[in-house]
Every structure is written in C-alpha cells, then in structure tokens.
Design a protein around this ligand. Sequence first.
Ligand code: EPU
Length: 435
Amino acid sequence: MIIKGGKPLKGRIEVRGAKNLATKAMVATLLGKTPSVLRNVPNISDVRVVAGLLALHGVLITKGENADEWHFDPSNVEVAHKADIDAHAGSSRIPILFCGPLLHRLGEAFIPDLGGCRIGDRPIDFHLDALREFGAVVEKLPSGISLTAPNGLKGANIELPYPSVGATEQVLLTAVLAEGQTELRNAAIEPEIIDLICILQKMGAIISMEPNRVIFIEGVEELRGYDHKAIFDRNEAASWAAAALATKGDIFVGGVRQEEMMTFLNAFRKVGGDFDVHDDGIRFWHPGGDLKPVTIETDVHPGFMTDWQQPLVVALTQASGTSTIHETVYENRFGFTDALNTMGANIVVHQNGLHDESRRVKRREFEQAAVITGPTPLTAADVVVPDLRGGFSHLIAAMIAEGESKVSNIGIIARGYENFIEKLRLLGADFVFEA
Ligand code: EPU
C-alpha cells in the first residue's frame, strides 16, 4: 500500500466476530453429533485456514443466507491424509486445538507444524502436558505431531503454569467428552474463552466457572451442534480506536461492547482520547489538545491485552512525555517499533525489562519494555509488515506520517483484520493499493 499521511480517519465501520473465538468455535463443531451454525464469522485468512483443515477431515461447510453465517456438518468426520494436512504447516496456530476433538472422534490426530505471528518462541508444552494428563500418547515427528489415545481420554486435574489462552481452550475442548471430571486451575478467563464455554454449554457440556481461575468440567457422553453468534473482535476494536486517536480522527466502531473493553477504555481515556458508548458500538475520537504519556503492563484478562499495545504505541509517539509499555505476555513483541523509529519515533526497547519497584506484575524471565518519548513528528518511509498487530500499527503510522509511505507484506494483516482496505477507504484514508 502506498499511503499518504496527514488525513484524520473519520466515519463508521463495523467489527465482526473475534478471530480468537471464531476459529476455536469452528474446531468445536467436530465435537457435535449434529450440524452447527456460527454467525458473525469474520472474512479473514485464519478462518479460511481452519475451514480448509475441517474440510480435510470430512466436515461439510456451507454458507448461510448472509455471508457471515457458516454451517458445519460433522456427520462424516474422517482421518485426513498426512500430506494434505502438512500442506497447512506454518499457516496458523489453531491446528493444535484439533487434538482433543480428533482424538474423541477418530482415536488419532496428526497436527502439522504450527504457524502464527513470530512474536516469541510460542511453545506448546502446556498443551501437550495437559493432553498427556487426559491419557493421550504424543509422538513428535520430524514435521508435526501424532497423537493417539489407546485407553480413551479420562478427566484430569490440571494446573497450568500460566493462564494460557490456547492451553485453556485445549483442556476445554478435550475435557467436555472425556470420561469423568476435570478440574483446571490457573485457567485463562478471556471473554473469548467464556464465549467458547457458552458454545460448549449449548452443545450439551457441563462446565462451571469457579472463583480464582478454576474451571470444572463434567464429561458427558455426547454433544450436539450449536447455533451461536461470535463475540466481537476486541483486538480489532482497539486497533481502530487507536487509529482514531493517532490520526486525530473520529471513528464509530459498530458491534463493540463496553464490558469487554473496560481496561482498554481506561487507558484510552488516560492518554487523552474520548469515547461515547452506544448500544450498537463505541465512538472513539481525539478531542484536541495534547495526548498524555502512560505506563502500561500487558497482562492476561482482565488486564491490558498484549494485542492492544502495538496500535496504541503509535498514538503514544504523539503524546507529550515518556510512556512505558511493559510486555509481559510474549518475549518478542516490539519488533514493529524498528519501523516506527525509522519514521522518526523515539522508542527504546529494553530487552530484559526495566527495574521498577512500583511494578504490579512480577517480572517474568523474558519480559520486554518499550520506552516511548514524544511527541515526535513521523515522516514517510518504506516499511515491511512483520506480524499481524505490528502491521496494523505500521498502517496507522503511515497515516500520520508526512509524505508517502510504502507498506509491504500487508497480506499478514488480512489474517486478522476483515476487509481492512475497504474500511480504510470508508474512513477517508488517502492510499493506493497494488495487489
Ligand atoms: N505458552 C507457553 N507454553 C504453552 C502455551 C503458551 O509457554 O504451551 C506461553 C506463550 O509462549 C506466551 C504465553 O504463554 O508467552 C501466553 O500464550 P497463550 O497460550 O495465552 O497465547 P495463544 O493462545 O497462543 C492467543 C491469541 C493471541 C493472543 C494471546 C494472548 C489466538 C489464536 N491467539 O494466543 O493472539 O495474543 O492468546 O491473549 O487466540 C493475535 O491475535 O495477534 C494473537 C497473537
């Protein structure tokens, strides 16, 4: 994209269902005896990757009357050819969640090498340890993982070393049909996880949320299909809000609810942005005046999401003073700041975090901190998108930079932002896109 900066983004756009729920809800269809219907499905490439893998395993996928309504018929689930599955290697992280459902349905599973954004090591040890607790036998192959369950899957007592989103989903998708009871401690409780639990309950599962990150699951013998509207994408919503702030614009983001955005809204207000909550969405705008610096620690829910920091960092380059973002979820999530510095930002990344007595979150081994000093005018540059969220922040940076920037490798952004080119057009951005 060739982007000419300097135009405030103004108008209304809609966010669709969350990437980080819709893809998992699609995997859950494998567990049902009858067809499922998922509405509000985003048109993003991660959804298409999961649809491809489901189809390989015999799930019949059709579209409903509206393009965002998908039907999944799992009546003929079958073992897929390894070579066909392997063709999906490196395309997404979701395939790891096929383990439990495929073991229940077929007694075996082959999972290709995983993809997803390169924002750290992203190991899957919590997933595999949990699956072993259920009785799965895991064999690591030169490419991919093979799993079997010679004695079936049985409920387990599991404590996660960290409230991992993916590992919590892995346990949920496995425990619902496992024999007996499962107790999961130190579980992730992100709104997308709660939405997945709602889906599983619709399917016939018995899952109770207890205080202190404990989830109890009583295994049942069979599940049916579900009909569900996916929760909105909080990450997309926060990205457009940050775009409104950075470009001195005014964006009504339709489909967003306050409840799941509270932590973001507090930070947005502290930086100097304004918002109005409506029944059908939230309007975000720059009210004029200077933006203010903030200190933020990314965290698991209900903390400030790691996926929210990248677009906000662009706005913080325009704040008067020094902001600090501690990244405590991933060990390598500031790569995108190199491009911002090329454009004139003043961002120093401390690879081992910062010593700060007032820290609320205990230092983890791989923590990073970014110190952003502003305001710094940005000037156009040629930048290459490194990952999904970092990529969106590059788009925003180019929108406020003086001159014409070239942002390449934008295909990565389509993994998680539905129709973002069309939405930018609707908001009045000045750009040319060469496919
Ligand atoms: N971790 C392990 N071992 C594991 C699993 C996780 O050490 O077996 C570590 C990770 O390396 C990371 C931390 O635990 O340091 C948190 O990882 P988590 O499992 O919670 O993340 P995830 O399930 O892989 C999902 C989202 C991410 C989002 C995180 C945190 C999906 C497909 N991805 O990842 O979304 O950042 O939760 O909320 O749901 C994005 O949308 O751009 C994105 C990266």
